[in-house]
Design a protein around this ligand. Structure first.
Ligand code: C2O
Ligand code: CU
Ligand code: CU
Length: 463
């Protein structure tokens, strides 16, 4: 791929970078541009996460700011120049977007890693509207742990009626008391539920306070971009409804309570800000050992007296309906890795262990193949994937390139969701259905990154 000089890039699309305004957003208008060109420049930076300390060697997509919100429009072509100023290779993946395989950002499967000083131009047309996110897929554990997770918003063509749109990038960092990174992973955790961070943040801030116009309608876009945490989220105060999960509108909105989101998942919440100046709404992470405040939304000014009923329903995305009567069933089992698996080094990072497998095969690492797909599906045909978890840990199972519909589980009633990431509980068997309408090799893995990097990964082929 041709490498573009920085100067060319800067001259070519000056002003295309969308910077996220940290802290209070203007009460009206959006925080980022929706230009059809973006530049992401990946580099190390020092940033203050804990008050009074600078966390060294964080990684971001902009030289002097947290990851920007990328805004684009459904059905409108977009170009994103990724410039790698890190001192290691990377690739960037657009989580949840059903785009051509060569733009999917998976090392060796869809492209070569972008070396230091090189760039890669991603070009695609987002087919679905909603809340998505982006992150590296090379040395994924460390690059995500150091900060490389950002939100992508694909706007519906029509105005839904919100006064404001507020993306919330929810994740932890693993910091010691001195504000510096501590070991991202511990083998004993990687073999169980994963290693949790120590500091919870929203948009790289601890317990931020957002001032919102009193009485206005705000679209909160929650994206859980954490490496590990399966969390229960809840809004307290105001009037709020969950209107979409994982970019897809819910047929019936749900209360913003007991909302379980695993790594990689998103929820769009319609919030009516309280009418009273100074009144607050709080976002909590519910935990057995004490709830944790994540963010506060504070009503400001004279109420504009909007009502949730004034919002238009979100239009459904054009995901094809699987033909269940003629669908072939494919079985997958998620469990321990077979004994004797040797860890394999890779320029995209290896933890040095394999603990996990799909269909008894531990993914050997992100390195040059060829590797065999876990399954091959015929272009245009419908399939039921039967996902069986034989381990005592939960796994958010993520498929690239194609969205799937939840059908049934042996443990619970599933909502009729269309998604790209489904949480598979301990001992659960879940059936999901899809139309194999996007050709290519699509990564299929657990989104607890320590599981992904210790074997619980592979890919499905559509041809
Ligand atoms: Cu969100 Cu394969 O990733
Ligand atoms: Cu993905
Ligand atoms: Cu897992």
């Amino acid at each position: 791929m041709p490498s573009v000089s920085r100067r060319e890039l800067l001259l070519g699309s000056a002003g295309a970078v969308s910077a996220f305004a940290a802290g209070g957003l203007a009460a009206k208008g959006f925080a980022a541009t929706d230009s059809a060109e973006h530049i992401l420049r990946l580099s190390n930076q020092d940033h203050s996460i804990l008050p009074g300390t600078l966390t060294r060697d964080m990684m971001s997509f902009l030289p002097d700011a947290p990851p920007p919100v990328l805004r684009m429009r459904q059905g409108q072509k977009v170009a994103i120049d990724v410039i790698n100023d890190l001192d290691e290779p990377t690739v960037v993946h657009w989580h949840g977007l059903r785009i051509p395989n060569r733009m999917d950002g998976v090392p060796y499967l869809t492209q070569y890693p972008i070396e230091t000083g090189q760039s890669f131009r991603y070009e695609f047309t987002p087919p679905d509207a909603g809340t998505f996110w982006y992150h590296p897929h090379c040395n994924t554990l460390e690059q995500i742990a150091r900060g490389l997770t950002g939100i992508m918003v694909v706007e519906e063509p029509e105005d839904i009626g919100f006064d404001q749109d507020l993306p919330l990038n929810i994740r932890d960092f693993r910091l010691g008391g001195d504000g510096q990174f501590i070991a991202f992973s511990k083998p004993r955790n990687a073999a169980r539920g994963g290693t949790l961070g120590t500091v919870s943040t929203v948009n790289w801030q601890k317990e931020p306070v957002y001032e919102l116009q009193a009485g206005s309608l705000v679209r909160l876009r929650l994206a859980v971009t954490d490496l590990t945490r399966v969390g229960t989220y809840e809004l307290e105060g105001g009037e709020a409804r969950v209107i979409a999960i994982d970019s897809h509108p819910l047929p019936k909105p749900l209360p913003a309570k007991d909302l379980v989101l695993s790594p990689g998942q998103r929820a769009d919440i319609a919030l009516k800000v309280p009418d009273q100046d100074g009144e607050t709404v709080k976002l909590f992470l519910r935990r057995a050992n004490g709830d944790r405040l994540l963010a506060t939304f504070s009503a400001a000014g004279q109420s504009v007296r909007r009502d949730l009923k004034e919002l238009k329903p979100l239009p459904p995305n054009p995901v094809p309906e699987p033909d269940l009567a003629n669908a072939e069933v494919i079985d997958f089992v998620f469990g321990w890795s077979p004994e004797g698996d040797a860890p394999q080094a890779s320029i995209c990072g290896s933890l040095g262990y394999t603990f996990w497998s799909i269909n008894r095969v531990a993914w050997p690492g992100d390195k040059p193949g060829p590797f065999d797909p876990l399954a091959t599906m015929k272009l245009g045909k419908s399939y039921v994937l039967r996902l069986r978890n034989e381990s005592p840990n939960a796994h958010p199972i993520h498929l690239h390139g194609v969205s799937f519909k939840l059908l049934r589980s042996n443990k619970r009633t599933l909502p009729p969701l269309v998604t790209d990431t489904a949480l598979l509980l301990k001992d659960e068997t879940m059936e999901v259905a899809l139309v194999a309408d996007n050709p290519g090799d699509w990564a299929f893995h657990c989104h607890v990154i320590e599981h992904q990097k210790t074997g619980l990964a592979g890919f499905l082929r559509i041809e």
